[in-house]
Design a binder for this molecule. Structure first.
Ligand code: V47
Length: 381
């Protein structure tokens, strides 16, 4: 839609009068403030939020929705932290805990290789015994066996823990991981930066400033990363807006964040199981507000595992331009009660995207389009 069309039609869809000045800023391409963010998060005028966010999304990406063919690998769920938000981490003595051997990691990775996986997404618990050297060996082994696959590995939280255990700086840890094969980093572990909330939901983790500093360092040494925000628990509109503004400030400095992924809290099997589950309404609002606030982060991902394929599909018209990938096997959300599938085929993703009136583009982790030969395509469908 051209900007003049937007100017003419937008006021008709804005019911919440508090959004009018924000609409003016969006039209003018002006940066939204922390206060604007609070207003957006407090508004229930979902169609107006979606209308504005969709306009920004189309200006940035046209009709394209990206997806990838990836595999998640979680080498261990043993974790020294006991975050109330998490159902995945287990104590070492828990009979249900698992830790893969190096050979098992390499074998699990290989299960999707024939299907031309372009990315391994590797995260796990804070294991008290697996050393930085062990992880470097794991990475080198993956690179040897699957040289064409991008390794998106370790959250800022895992890196900070490995650094502490190895008694070296976060920078040196990142450098060693990069030398061993890490190509970029996922966005997990950011939760919300508010100290008040972190004390309740993840008091064993690094704090918000440490997370941001680790991200800054990763970007400085040439590793791009994603970033996330966990919503739907004890946070306020102020906490959410503050989180986005702080990510945006780091991005102004480094330009290292590629994609932002709002993550809905799944309470089942966690210490916060009494909290209600997220709603489709809130999921779409988070997508829309993040697109409006994060004017310097290129991509907004509606992670279908977390929001269900149906909501992730609708999100493609509320500000999102990415839907994540085939995933294959997912543990973090499924341990917390997610009832979505663990795997979507390439053809399922294509259908979801096309039905939303978007043009599917398969990407690699760096958002280069992936072209497939007929033969490879046949394996994938
Ligand atoms: O770090 C943990 C969150 C994250 C729960 O970078 C929970 O492309 C909800 O970061 N309910 C892991 N959330 C997932 C993640 C991610 C996912 C997809 C793509 C990318 C990417 C990153 O999930 C954790 C934590 O923030 N989490 N437990 C829970 N019960």
């Amino acid at each position: 839609m051209s900007s003049s069309n937007f100017l003419q039609t937008a006021p008709a869809v804005i019911e919440d009068r508090r959004l009018r000045p924000i609409l003016g800023k969006v039209q003018a391409g002006e940066r939204l403030s922390y206060e604007d963010g609070v207003t957006l998060f407090r508004s229930s005028d979902l169609l107006a939020l979606g209308y504005m966010a969709n306009w920004v999304r189309e200006r940035m990406h046209g009709d394209v929705t990206y997806f990838n063919v990836n595999r998640h690998i979680n080498p261990t769920d043993v974790c020294v932290a006991s975050c109330r938000l998490c159902a995945f981490g287990k104590k070492a003595k828990d009979p249900h805990a698992y830790t893969m051997s190096l050979e098992q990691v390499w074998e699990v990775a290989g299960k999707g290789y024939a299907e031309a996986v372009t990315e391994f997404h590797i995260v796990g618990g804070l294991h008290p015994e697996l050393s930085l050297d062990w992880f470097c060996q794991m990475l080198r082994g993956l690179k040897e066996r699957y040289p064409g696959v991008h390794l998106k590995a370790f959250t800022m939280v895992e890196v900070a823990y490995l650094a502490r255990r190895a008694r070296i700086s976060v920078r040196e840890t990142l450098e060693r991981l990069k030398a061993a094969g890490v190509d970029s980093m996922p966005g997990g572990g950011a939760e919300v930066f508010s100290e008040r909330v972190r004390r309740i939901i993840c008091d064993h983790k690094i704090d918000g400033n440490e997370w941001l500093e680790a991200a800054r360092t990763a970007h400085q040494i040439g590793l791009k990363s994603n970033c996330t925000m966990l919503y739907g628990h004890l946070e306020t509109a102020e906490d959410l807006s503050d989180h986005l503004v702080r990510l945006r400030a780091v991005q102004d400095e480094t330009h290292g964040f590629v994609t932002f992924i709002p993550l809905a809290f799944h309470p089942e099997n966690t210490a916060l199981a009494h909290l209600p589950k997220t709603t489709g309404f809130n999921d779409l609002k988070q997508i829309a507000v993040s697109r409006l606030m994060l004017d310097n982060i290129p991509h907004i991902k509606a992670y279908w595992i977390m929001m269900t394929p149906s909501v992730a599909q609708v999100a493609q018209r509320f500000g999102a331009n990415d839907i994540d990938g085939t995933v294959v096997e997912e543990k973090i959300y499924h341990d917390a009660g997610a009832t979505t599938a663990q795997h979507l085929r390439r053809q399922d993703l294509l259908r979801l995207i096309r039905e939303a009136g978007r043009e599917p583009v398969e990407r690699d982790t760096t958002y280069r389009p992936v072209t497939r030969t007929e033969a490879a395509f046949t394996v994938l469908v």
